[in-house]
Design a binder for this molecule. Structure first.
Ligand SMILES: CC(C)(COP(=O)(O)OP(=O)(O)OC[C@H]1O[C@@H](n2cnc3c(N)ncnc32)[C@H](O)[C@@H]1OP(=O)(O)O)[C@@H](O)C(=O)NCCC(=O)NCCS
Length: 204
């Protein structure tokens, strides 16, 4: 049995040495874009087996879940009700065209327990791409278990392995204290920038 299936302690989080640990097939050069992390659930729920988190790039079949997570994210963090048709088309547009971005999802068993979206922005100052982390969502039930940490660790590792990527960025709604604390805990630094916009498709 692979070493990373052996994590036993109920209270363990993702051990630091394994954060961003990739599946053996990736280490041997095949980028199957699936990664297993030896996480044990800190507060195991009834019927939840001791298992690992698997991170994978989302596919077309995940559109409904991703749209649902975005609906919940907008409601919870900005009290916004997103228009379902527009949202679904927006999600599907990403899933159909990697140039628009990549959703990464975390799974425990066959259940999706978290997501984030990566988009790119060219920095002429650095002659490289910033990867923007967007649409971050972990359902209530799975929070505080290291799900976001697992997603972030993988993204950070993939980004650092690519010479054309110069860094990671994200923006957060000003009043979202929990997300800000989370980002600071995992080592992201607050920037000197503030965001301005003209929104031609103003959300309600
Ligand atoms: C923010 C969010 C993504 C965090 O996901 P999560 O899976 O619960 O986070 P993790 O368990 O991986 O925690 C990562 C780190 O942040 C810390 N953290 C998590 N929630 C925290 C909270 N409420 N307060 C303080 N720190 C917190 C954890 O302790 C952990 O640090 P540690 O490893 O040193 O203990 C999740 O709460 C969420 O989906 N919130 C609603 C949607 C949202 O706000 N999205 C962000 C939009 S910008």
């Amino acid at each position: 049995m692979a070493e990373w299936f052996k994590a036993r302690a109920w209270k363990a989080r993702v051990p630091k040495q394994y954060r961003g640990f990739e599946s053996p097939s990736l280490r041997h050069g095949r980028d199957d874009r699936r990664f297993r992390l030896p996480v044990t659930i800190r507060k195991p729920l009834m019927g939840t087996p001791l298992t690992s988190i698997q991170i994978r790039a989302a596919g077309a079949a995940d559109a409904a879940t991703i749209a649902q997570f975005n609906t919940l994210l907008a409601q919870e963090t900005e009290a916004r009700l997103l228009e379902p048709g527009q949202l679904r088309r927006g999600v599907e547009a990403v899933l159909a065209d990697p140039a628009r971005g990549t959703y990464w999802v975390a799974e425990i068993g066959s259940q999706i327990v978290g997501q984030l979206l990566i988009t790119s922005e060219w920095s002429d100052w650095r002659n490289g791409f910033f990867w923007w982390i967007q649409s971050v969502y972990v359902p209530q039930r799975w929070r505080g278990q290291g799900v976001f940490q697992s997603l972030y660790s993988l993204v950070r590792r993939l980004a650092s392995e690519r010479a054309e990527v110069c860094g990671l960025r994200l923006y957060v709604e000003a009043g979202n204290a929990r997300a800000k604390q989370t980002y600071e805990r995992i080592g992201l630094a607050r920037t000197r920038y503030e965001v301005y916009e003209v929104d031609f498709r103003r959300l309600t």
